[in-house]
Design a protein around this ligand. Sequence first.
Ligand SMILES: Cc1cc2nc3c(=O)[nH]c(=O)nc-3n(C[C@H](O)[C@H](O)[C@H](O)COP(=O)(O)O)c2cc1C
Length: 393
Amino acid sequence: MTFDPSEPYGEYRQQEIYAMGTLADQPPEIPVRWTALETAAIEAMDDRAAAYVSGGAGSGETVDENRRAFAQWRIVPRLLRDVSERDLSVDVFGRQWDLPLQIAPIGVQSIVHEDGVLATARAAADLDVPICLSSVSSSPIEEITAKLGETPTWFQLYWSSDRSITESFVRRAENTGCNAIVLTVDVPLLGWRERDLEQGYLPMLEGHGIANYTSDPAFCDGLSDSPAENEDAAIQHFLDVFGDPTITWNAVSDLCSMTDLPVVIKGVLHPDDAETAVDHGVDGIVVSNHGGRQVDGELGALEALPRIVERVAGRSAVFFDSGVRSGADALTALALGADAVGIGRPVVYGLALDGADGVRSVLENIRAGLDLTLANTGRTNVADLDRSLLVAR
Ligand SMILES: Cc1cc2nc3c(=O)[nH]c(=O)nc-3n(C[C@H](O)[C@H](O)[C@H](O)COP(=O)(O)O)c2cc1C
């Protein structure tokens, strides 16, 4: 058996896995199945990191609800259409993405692998999978973007209580070639996360995830010693300036006038908020419940998607994350009107299991699953997907 990597993603990946397993007795090291991936990664991580990544707010009800929301929709394939050629590309803010997928912003990745987000960035660059970088990363934005080259890259912003830091982060994102700023608005305060509280664990207190801050001139202006000289003072200052629960919609207009980059707000679940966001000039909305990490008992994020798509009615782009575990899940969210879909925990689990190789493997599987599922539903173009792909249960 020979392989041609220029073949459509799905067939290539599938044949590669079957051949390695059957002919070379080497089944994939990174589990293909979501439940097996999660189990293996949780075993590989220390208890505190496993709880931080896999856990949610409160009892974890919303984490499960995100999966239940997918089960409310079923795919209805159409038959006997030529599906030999497929197009998975989408246009996002005037730029072509090869895939309608993006690595969601994930903070403190150094708790699961020593290379942290640098490994994730390497995998993203290898596969040209778009990525959104978190404010609370284990390496400064300049170091990460140097690895990303031309890969579409966004920067996720937490609005700091020190405005000069917020502005400085926006400038740094612009200067490093990021293509959009994503303001996360569903964390006015950190959620009540019982599993982390049980272990008394917050990674930032050990200095994880604060590299953008300690490398920032505006942040360092607030310190009497450099972060290298006094790490404890830097961590305390981070805790003091990280968030600002007083912000209102004015911050969104403020951000829109602060930058010429497209502005996206992340964490929207109510159609009225989506409408207000559009009125305040955003270019995009991420329908998300932060992977169930903020409010226990919240609705599944996918449940919110159709109503928001309908309300926004094309006046801004609409993206989606929270609960996407496979290519078929991504296809469902795309059919419900998402322009692209964010992948969160599966990427972290790949990273925990095998660094950049693990992330690559997870992304290749989701990409192949998306491609093959698209074909098997009788569709050939992700940009043309619509609700006719689905029935509601
Ligand atoms: C460990 C971890 C860290 C995260 N850090 C951030 C972050 O820094 N900024 C942000 O906007 N969202 C963050 N998120 C939320 C993700 O961007 C995304 O909304 C969520 O993971 C989607 O849920 P899923 O992973 O269950 O699909 C984080 C999620 C996890 C699991």
